[in-house]
Ligand binder design. Structure first.
Ligand code: TXA
Ligand code: MG
Length: 307
């Protein structure tokens, strides 16, 4: 198996115009310098990702942000100051001089976040360039929360091992839309956290959820494990399902604490898939609870069937 590489080597490879998998607190990313079109194209080809699905730009200081955006909404800047580094992605008007259409899928906006992971902050700082990075998994597959997951997906890729991702779920994505702070993808920073923040700052925005908006990256099938996942939501697990005949079945379960659950979610889907034909899970949490909604959002897309 190919060895993992040092952060220093990652800087060299990125500088020379190639791609590298990097750790973040959410999931591993497949990164390229934002000013290298060939390296950016390589991200899409390695993942098998369509060009209409835009990438998040990762920074390690606020000067980098100011180069990427124009006329930032002051509330977005306050959110950045409060939650960064951390698992929150903010949508800004992009500066077309620094952010290419390849990154943003031809849109006028750019998604930016400052990941909370010392190794990746160090790589971006030394490189003196932001990194565009989607999650480091083939298109539609389960996101990697450990370096070895990336290695199994991409045997020849250069990967920096930064340990197990502490959050385990992709960042919360928000934008300002009229008088709303709109959550486009739920994550560890919850609706409750955002409402609390706005209240503390005396801002009169509403926090709304728009998880299934028509548009980039919100496909129905996503995060899918190798073994099809059956979620029993409306009744207890039962084995009289037609698809289960002559199949090896495995019942998976998660911790009752949503933060611990998020941390092991993808690991469980990836690793338990190896030794079974079918995964089954009994959903016994309240998906309306802001702390569980991001987990349910991922599982709903990862599932083959919800019964
Ligand atoms: O935690 C994360 O966000 C991870 C780590 C690696 O940072 N990254 C990640 O990237 O989840 P990815 O490519 O798997 O998901 C990025 C999603 C896109 O699918 C799209 O839904 C949204 O971010 N996005 C990117 N740019 C956008 C934009 N300009 N407007 C709206 N949504 C955007
Ligand atoms: Mg992804």
């Amino acid at each position: 198996m190919k060895d993992f590489i040092s952060p220093q080597k990652a800087v060299e490879i990125l500088h020379a115009g190639d791609v590298v998998a990097i750790p973040t607190e959410t999931v591993y990313g497949l990164a390229a310098k934002i000013d290298n079109q060939e390296a950016l194209k390589k991200i899409f080809s390695i993942k098998g990702r369509p060009f209409f699905d835009p990438l998040i730009v990762h920074i390690a200081n606020l000067k980098m942000l100011s180069d990427l955006v124009v006329k930032p909404d002051p509330i977005l800047l306050e959110l950045a100051e409060y939650f960064w580094p951390g698992p929150l992605t903010l949508i800004f008007n992009k500066n077309p001089k620094t952010v290419s259409d390849l990154i943003t899928a031809d849109s006028n906006t750019v998604a930016v976040r400052w990941p909370k992971h010392k190794i990746t902050e160090q790589i971006i700082t030394e490189l003196k360039s932001p990194l565009a990075a989607p999650s480091a998994n083939p298109f539609k597959k389960t996101s990697p929360s450990e370096a070895v997951h990336v290695r199994n997906y991409f045997p020849n890729l250069d990967i920096v091992d930064g340990g197990q991702c502490s959050v385990g779920l992709e960042s919360t994505i928000v934008r300002i839309n009229n008088n709303n702070l709109e959550i486009l993808r739920p994550g560890q920073i919850s609706k409750t956290d955002l409402i609390k923040f706005l209240k503390t700052k005396n801002h009169a925005l509403n926090v709304t959820e728009n998880f299934n908006q028509e548009g980039p990256g919100s496909m129905k099938e996503h995060y899918q494990p190798e073994a099809p996942l059956y979620i029993f939501k409306h009744r207890p697990i039962h084995f009289d399902h037609l698809d289960f005949v002559n199949k090896k079945l495995r019942i998976i379960a998660f911790p009752n604490n949503p933060f611990l659950c998020a941390r092991v979610l993808y690991k469980t889907l990836i690793e338990e898939s190896k030794s079974t034909d079918i995964l089954t899970l009994e959903w016994r949490y309240d998906e309306k609870d802001p702390n569980w909604s991001a987990i349910y959002n991922r599982l709903e897309k990862a599932a083959k069937v919800i019964i």
